[in-house]
Design a protein around this ligand. Sequence first.
Ligand code: GLC
Ligand code: CA
Length: 539
Amino acid sequence: MLDKTKVIYQIYPKSFKDTNHDGIGDIQGIINKLPYLAELGIDMIWLNPIFPSPQNDNGYDISDYCALDPVFGTMSDFEEMIRVGSQYQIEFMFDMVLNHVSIEHVWFKKALAGDQYYQDFFILRDQPTDWLSKFGGSAWSQFGNTNRYYLHLYDQTQADLNWRNENVRNALFDVVNFWMAKGIRGFRFDVINVIGKDEILKNNSVNEGKAEYTDKPITHEYLKMMNQASFGKNPEIITVGEMSSTTIENCILYTAPDRQELSMVFNFHHLKVDYAEGKKWTIQAFDFQALKELFHSWGEAMSENDGWNALFWNNHDQPRALNRFVDIQNYRVKGATMLATSIHLSRGTPYIYMGEEIGMVDPAFDSIEDYVDVESINAYQMLLAEGKSKTQAFEIIKAKSRDNARTPMQWEDSEYAGFSDVKPWLMVADNYSTINVEKGKTGEIFEYYQTLIHLRKIYPIIQEGTYHAFAKDSSEIYGFERQLGQQKLLVLNHFFAKEVEIELPEAYQGGKILISNYPTEIQAKLILKPYQSIAILVE
Ligand code: GLC
Ligand code: CA
């Protein structure tokens, strides 16, 4: 059974803390900061991939699943991390990229060299389909100097694996077992809902071909098999599937406990409410109505059908939520605590992305040369090719690049923000002298996160309560109720920079305030301040 008291913290290892002076974060850096994370109160750390990799997609192009990239440290560093973590009751979640491997992986190399056994590990066709890669261009590239093509839904150095082949599945399940035996207690499965591909692949020019490989029914079977062959053997293991362009119906199936697939899922619909016409590389203010409706429909459907969501605003693939949903010039702190309340008191498992707990925001890079991410660089070229000026294209990259979240963690007000003593692999955000852990640890945001994490641990209604939409018609407030037995919890989150009045149902007028980011008293007509959150409990 999933332990619903837990809160997970995501570390982007390359950018967390460098201890050996190469400008790249490392395992010793994580060990170094465990006391800080214990103070925050989190239970598990999800690390983005730290396996050997040519780093074409920052580690999501893995060349060896059962080793560590020496840039991050050795196996004995890893063991020390697990050991020291357990002293702080902190466990670790690894990032399993099982949809594809790097073309530097020995499987692909052997396949290229003509080994039939390994050729069956990949998706090779004489006739490519019209599908597009998620990083731009065709999803197919020529397989060596043959007349065949291999599928890569992501970068051309990330070759999709053939899950139809039992040998592939067994090899991947072995990987999960390997890391479980080493003490890993959580797994995040990268783009796991695209692993199931049909034997006969069809052209589909709609939506880049996504329907041909997303959420295929066979994916559920594969997850069940993986569950049985690996993590399902230990009921304490936590799993989360990253789901690309998924549906509520499928996410219920992926997570309902009796299905024995995964503990929970990440979906991204709520982080597309600022896309113009569904397109990422555009600039548009977020659509509150759409956001609220998504939260409500997912919240209610998952609650009614025993599904379980991973709750998050940020990760390594998203610009910082503060820049997208909050007037950070005037309300960075209140906005940060409001966003946190809106997910931490909801139904699901909350994730905190490094730096969120001190209110980190996007960097103000001033040149395209400052960006490292393959997706951003490809998108910039694509925007220019579409006829955008350099300035226009740059403005879009600046707002949307994944590097926005990947800048080094800001520890203190010293050169390179205390992340490293040499120039980091990606520039530190210019705001580090005001936004950093040294200042933030005694600040409003950090303490508020501590309280939210603590509340989840002591209130079963936060862990287990059902979810119901509240104030559905409000154009400023995202509200919901949780219910457990006789208890009810009302959570109101005001998403705008002005005051708004709301009528409090009688039942809550005699309730108690569990938390608010402003000093407040309960009143029949509540006036919510800019970006105010409030949670009221009635027993
Ligand atoms: C996931 C990862 C992302 C990566 C992609 C391909 O979306 O979060 O960083 O680029 O998968 O592996
Ligand atoms: Ca280092």
